[in-house]
Design a binder for this molecule. Sequence first.
Ligand code: CDP
Length: 206
Amino acid sequence: MNFTVAIDGPAAAGKGTISRAVAQRFGFAHLDTGALYRAVGVKAEGQGLDPAAAARSLTAEDLEREDLRTLEAGQAASRVAVIPEVRAALLDFQREFARRAGGAVLDGRDIGTVICPGAEVKLFVTASPEVRARRRWLELGGEAAPKPYEAVLAEVLERDDRDMNRADAPLKPAADALILDTSEMSVEAAVAAAVAAIEAALGPDR
Ligand code: CDP
């Protein structure tokens, strides 16, 4: 069975949590496409490489680095993500992953719009910038985080701006995406809404 779930949305909206939960629930493979851009950003900026060359030579090892979830890696990712050659280099891998047998969940910024416009289910997960910054700050350790909440908020806003206003594959909901605003939703409620949308698309036979 080929079945693709596309989950897009801005930084720290809860895409990762929802994606992992639905992948587990339905037995789908999960690809965090942000990790690809983070790995390219860290590799290019760390080694002084051309970002497109870094994208073309990405290895499994690059994706296993422990520093990919830092704020710096997120910023580096959004800087290289504006480069069309970088996006093009990552396209086939994502499309092949999406059509693998057994179903797949991909989360990112352009999955429903560019990578998999024919996805069976499209979700756009969002939340207010303040809520998202608070979640990211807590994820980074709260009071023990390397930066105060205000600085995390500023970085979230900067990344939103870059992701939404780039020319190639800007962050925006697909016309037929279900919008999930998780600002005031529990994780359980957000996952339940995603599960319901997938069950409706799978139909009664499953
Ligand atoms: O986890 P978080 O939502 O903070 O970010 P991420 O999903 O790991 O993505 C990091 C950055 O990669 C984003 O800010 C985008 O600039 C870029 N990205 C993209 O352009 N397209 C994707 N499909 C996924 C990520």
